[in-house]
Write a protein that binds this ligand. Structure first.
Ligand code: ATP
Ligand code: SF4
Ligand code: MG
Length: 370
C-alpha cells in the first residue's frame, strides 16, 4: 500500500522528474543495413531519453539491435551498408544527426565516451598507456606538457590503476584484462564526458574483477555526474547499475520502465522470458530456462508481433497486427496486445511464488549467466 508519506515523496519525485531536462533524447531512430539478403531494420523506431547523472540499461538477446543503437548515437554505423535513415538524436540540446563529421569527431571521446567489451579493440598495442590517455586529453582538452601529464595521471588514479606515475609508461600487454579495461575507462573519463556508453563492457571479465569494475563505474558516475547507457545481456548488471531499463527485440524497444518496476511488474512476455532466464541464487533449478526458438531479425517484415512465433501467450491478434507501445503505469510502456492483462495480473500478486524484491536482489547477486 502507498501511504500518505510515500504519496508525498512520490509527488516530489514526479515534480523533479518533470523539471529534469534530458541530456540524450533519441526519437524514432531507424538504422537500416543493406545486404544481399535485403534490408535489415537493425534499429527500427527506437525512442528513449536519459538525464544527466542517470543510467539506462538496454537489454536483449544477441542481434536485437543494442550495439547498432549505440553506434548510431556515435554516428559510427558500419559504412557503406548501414545507414541512419530516420529519427532524431538530441544530445545536450543539439541534433547529432545534423552534425558534420568533424563535429562528431570532437563529440566522440569528448562529451560522449564508449567502453567496449574487448579493451584491445580500444587500445593500440604499440603505444604506451601514457601516450594513449594523453592523446585523448590533447585532442579533446587541448592540454600539452605538464598539464597533460598531470591529467593523464589523475585519470589513471580515478580508475584505480595503482602507481599511475610509473605504470603509465607500460604498454597494454603489460596489464591484466581487468587493468586494461580500467585504462580504457581512464581514456573514456579523461575528457570529462557527459555520457558514457558501456557496450558489454564487463562481459569478458571474471566475476570478481567484473564486480570491482562495476563498483568503480558506479563511483565514477556519482563523482562526475555521468549519464550512463549500459548495454548488456545481463539483468543482474541492470539491477545493480541502472535506474531505467529498455528491453529490445528485433530492433525495437518492447518494454521500458524503472528497473524496480520491471522486476516487480514486467508487462511483456519477452521480458518475462528474459527474467526467467536469470539464474536465481535462492532457487535450485535443474536447468536454466532458455527462450524457445530463434530471435527475430530485422530482415523479415513482421505483419504481427515479431515475438509471436516464440511467445507462450500469443493470441490470434498477435499474428495479424503489430502491437503499439502503450503505457501500463507511471513511466512504464509495453508493446504487447496483452500488456495490461499481464501487468494487472502481477500487481501485488506474488502468484508465481516469487518474492518481487527477492528477484531484484537475486538478479543483483547473479550478474553473470554461465
Ligand atoms: N557489422 C555488421 N554487418 C552486418 N550486419 C550487422 C553488423 N553489425 C550488426 N549487424 C546486424 O544488425 C542487427 C543488430 O545487431 P547488433 O550488433 O546491434 O545486436 P546486439 O543486440 O548488439 O547483439 P549482441 O548482444 O550480440 O552484441 C543484427 O541483425 C546483426 O546481424
Ligand atoms: S503481442 Fe502477443 S505475441 Fe507479442 S508479446 Fe504480446 S502476447 Fe506475445
Ligand atoms: Mg552488441
Amino acid at each position: 500500500m502507498v501511504g500518505p508519506n510515500a504519496a508525498t515523496m512520490f509527488e516530489g519525485t514526479r515534480a523533479r522528474e518533470t523539471e529534469r531536462v534530458a541530456l540524450l533524447e533519441v526519437t524514432d531512430l531507424r538504422t537500416y543495413l543493406h545486404s544481399r539478403r535485403g534490408i535489415n531494420k537493425a534499429v527500427d523506431g527506437v525512442s528513449f531519453s536519459l538525464e544527466t547523472g542517470r543510467s539506462l540499461g538496454i537489454v536483449g538477446e544477441s542481434g536485437s539491435g543494442k550495439s547498432m543503437t549505440a553506434l548510431s548515437i556515435l554516428r559510427l554505423v558500419p559504412k557503406p551498408y548501414a545507414k541512419i535513415v530516420g529519427g532524431s538524436i538530441r544530445f545536450d540540446g543539439e541534433e547529432l544527426l545534423k552534425k558534420s563529421d568533424a563535429e562528431m569527431r570532437e563529440i566522440r571521446g569528448g562529451s560522449i565516451a564508449i567502453i567496449l567489451q574487448d579493451p584491445m579493440t580500444s587500445l593500440n598495442p604499440v603505444f604506451s598507456v601514457q601516450y594513449q590517455v594523453g592523446e585523448a586529453v590533447h585532442l579533446h582538452q587541448h592540454l600539452t606538457g605538464k598539464a597533460k601529464l598531470d591529467h593523464v595521471i589523475e585519470s589513471l588514479r580515478r580508475v584505480q590503476v595503482p602507481a599511475p606515475e610509473t605504470r603509465m609508461r607500460d604498454y597494454p600487454h603489460q596489464f591484466s584484462g581487468g587493468m586494461r579495461q580500467r585504462v580504457v575507462g581512464a581514456i573514456a573519463i579523461a575528457c570529462r564526458p557527459k555520457l558514457l556508453i558501456a557496450d558489454e563492457a564487463t562481459t569478458a571479465l571474471d566475476a570478481t574483477i567484473q564486480a570491482q569494475y562495476l563498483a568503480l563505474l558506479r563511483s565514477l558516475q556519482r563523482e562526475l555526474s555521468l549519464a550512463f547507457l549500459f548495454i548488456t545481456h545481463d539483468f543482474g548488471i541492470v539491477a545493480k547499475m541502472c535506474d531505467h531499463v529498455a528491453v529490445m527485440y528485433a530492433g525495437r524497444i518492447v518494454e521500458h520502465a524503472e528497473v524496480r518496476e520491471i522486476f516487480n511488474r514486467p508487462a511483456h512476455p519477452y521480458t518475462l522470458a528474459l527474467l526467467e532466464a536469470v539464474p536465481k541464487v535462492d532457487r535450485r533449478v535443474e536447468r536454466l530456462y532458455a527462450i524457445p526458438g530463434s530471435p527475430a531479425t530485422g530482415h523479415v517484415e513482421h505483419r504481427g508481433c515479431p515475438f509471436a512465433p516464440r511467445c507462450a501467450l500469443a493470441i490470434a491478434q498477435c499474428h495479424a497486427e503489430r502491437p503499439p507501445s502503450i503505457s501500463v503505469g507511471q513511466g512504464h510502456t509495453s508493446a504487447c496486445w496483452r500488456a495490461e492483462e499481464i501487468y494487472a495480473s502481477r500487481i501485488g500478486l506474488p502468484s508465481n511464488g516469487r518474492n518481487d524484491s527477492a528477484d531484484v536482489r537475486a538478479a543483483e547477486g547473479s550478474e553473470r549467466r554461465p
